[in-house]
Design a protein around this ligand. Sequence first.
Ligand code: BGC
Length: 727
Amino acid sequence: MTRPFCLTLSLLLTAFHTARADETGQRIEAILSKLTLEEKLGQLRLVDGHAGGGWKPQHMALAQAGVLGGTFNVRGTGPTSEMQRAALSTRHKIPLVFAFDVVHGYRTIFPVPLGEAASWDPDLAERCAAVAAKESRAANVSWTFAPVADIARDPRWGRIVEGSGEDPVLSSAFTAARVHGFQGKDISAPDRMMACLKHFAGSGEAEGGRDYNFADVSLRALRETHFPPFLAGLKAGAGSIMPSFSAIDGVPATSNPWLLQDVLRKEWGFEGIVVSDYDAIGQLVNHRVAPSWDEAGQIALRSGLDVEIWGSCMMQAQGLIDNADDLKLVDNAVRRVLRMKFSLGLFDKPYGDPAREKEAILHPDHLKLAREAAAKSCVLLKNNNQTLPIPPAAKKIAILGALANDKLSQMGSWTGDGHAEDSVTLVEAVRQRLGNNGTVIYTPAGSSSGFSFRKPSDGVDEAKDADYIIVVVGENGDMTGEATSRSSIDLPQQQLDLVQKVSALGKPYAVVLMTGRPLTVGWLAETCPAILLAWHGGTMAGPGIADVLFGDVNPAGKLPVTFPRSVGQIPLTYNSTPTSRPLVEGDKWTSKYTDIKNSPLWPFGHGLSYTSFQISPPLLDKRTIPHDGTVRFKVSVTNQGERDGDEVVQAYIQDDVAFVTRPIKELKAFKRVSVPAGKTVTVDFEIPSKDLGYWMPNGTYRLDPGTFTLMTGSSSAQVRSSSFSLQ
Ligand code: BGC
């Protein structure tokens, strides 16, 4: 294409889009001018459907009366069409929007987000989110309450499973990738949906790791640690955001004008929808910042909320909204909701297409991707004497532990529209794999929660003749996610007893850990020859894990979160700040515990492979970098083994001296690369100088000249360094 032509075309396209936008603006104003206050407030309300996806009669009545913006949980072309028909029969014919928590899959369930983040492969997350969007949209769900952008540093908090772990850079990459996957370039496309970043912000700091609890999070911690993934998600174009249940410096996020207006709207320029969490507006009464539900509704509106889910406080505030300022706030919120409905294409295509729904759901390509994701999420925590992969000569394989065949648990915490019967378990996958060439002896050995035994036998007797034993322990799906905080993150005694008995047999065995959070498994780490962390891997967890156990896939996952030795160490992260008296072994008067090491059981970024890699120190192209420049360096990765494999090269920095205490190590960049056996691959990195600054206590960002240590390696604890100066 010649340049002038190119220019003309782009001008024409811009003019076309501006005209469309104006046209949409005019349509919005035309609708708005005809709505009563009750109808306007109705647009700001989303009610919940039945867990199974159907609608509730009282909500159908709201749709018929034209006082409902949409629903969440109602899904599938059948139930959504019924409600949509009612909404479109009202005088203004405004379509409903159907939302749902599509967090790690709609019907095809992918690994839990924390597990997916262990792949350190944001492209994988984008592809999984795109499939989730495709299935959702085919079921007429066009708005997901995902991705979760919360940084979580406390494994007692069950919701740690929903995000991408403890690090802002890793979480930002995954949050942005998921937004791109859900939304694509155009959310009106038949295979895309609108994303929602949640829970804004700092809810991962819930005191004591107890869900919904108070979070004491400093302004600096918000800026440095908790805001970046939200900002990355907004830059990726996320159309909505959900304030958290918790309070920031005493002000609940749902009624926090600093957070929702000063930061979100004014500083970051966000123009999309701010949607409440489930009943969060009503809960302002529980926080004791509002005396009643109607006043809570008014406070939320004034603080910056557009849409309320589940509750009706904003609707109940109708009697209080009698002044021009509040009416203007309502109008602006309705404008945003209508714009969202236009952007999603709901005015043109309000109904789903049953044929497309049937075709999209559980498409073989989706299951293939789910299997790939399950395998890529696995982290090989320990592997003595090449216990894994399972040798081909092992034909009689015993599998112990109820989690190995628990179709529901493997789907994890947010199961979307997933059906347990779609899941392929590890037991089924190993049976399929061995076919007539081997035998699988499976004993559930108790329940998947590990707290009771279903049958008297623990299965160890049955496993005595096996060539190889796989023991699956951990948490079941119900033990992770929302409202599942734990004060102890040990394995239940029954599971430990089981592994102990297997260990006493003296046979080759590997432990598979299925969990939604780090667990304190020091005894396993000391005793078991091989441990594979498989998280809750989704619909295709079984085949994915088997691919790794049998060596078809060489594991390359890395921990997105630190595994502590004991709950007493929590919060324990790799990026802690220096102390006045850093640990000196043998010196009593330094920062340490008297009964346990400071170090974690497994550090952030840890994960082994069936091959071994040598990673070079960073080779900087210049050692003096201008403050508006870029730090450029190369790292070579050599695969020293006989198997092809992927390695995740991690680059950390340390600011040697600053005004505030800076992390001893901060992830700044990473790349997952494939390296054939015996070969060396060179990886190029770039870190813009502006990313080397830090936040001051007063909320300003500062970039200091001075020296930095640059570290590269295969985990936060395995690095080689070099240094540079920033001018
Ligand atoms: C959760 C949100 C979720 C909402 C709707 C709340 O309890 O905190 O993450 O989006 O429910 O299901």
